[in-house]
Design a protein around this ligand. Structure first.
Ligand code: 5GP
Length: 120
């Protein structure tokens, strides 16, 4: 019940290297790059290589290998960035009410001083 995947979305273009990004990680299942408009001292986006519109689409339709690979990649990015000791926050906007802008699943990884309590 989600929209079909749009191969011209901005993260699809980043995956194909058609537009530049500041990549910090890549493997068979995921890539990670800095958000172009950071909302915290560290703001990285981690996305699966597969064509999934959202967390809902991915969790329902991703293979076990893709889901495991993606979850591991998120953790690897955080560890590689030295964020385990200071701590970090993950967020995945999903669907209309969340304000999700880019229709390719992405997990935001936020870190840095003063994240504060999560407010909705
Ligand atoms: P959403 O609101 O969909 O959860 O988050 C989309 C995020 O993608 C925003 O934080 C926005 O700054 C980021 N973003 C949008 N376009 C680009 C882009 O072309 N490059 C990068 N690196 N980030 C982008």
């Amino acid at each position: 019940a989600t929209r079909p995947y749009d191969d011209e979305n901005v993260f699809a273009k980043i995956l194909r290297d058609e537009i530049p990004s500041r990549r910090v990680y890549e493997d068979d299942y995921a890539i990670a790059f800095h958000d172009i408009n950071p909302q915290a001292p560290t703001h990285i986006l981690v996305i699966p290589r597969g064509r999934y519109v959202s967390w809902d689409d991915f969790s329902a339709n991703g293979s076990d290998a893709e889901i495991a690979g993606f979850v591991r990649a998120v953790g690897t990015v955080a560890r590689a960035a030295g964020l385990v000791a200071p701590g970090y926050r993950l967020l995945a906007n999903t669907g209309i009410d969340s304000g999700q802008e880019v229709p390719h699943l992405h997990v935001h990884l936020f870190a840095g001083h003063g994240l504060g309590p999560l407010l909705v």
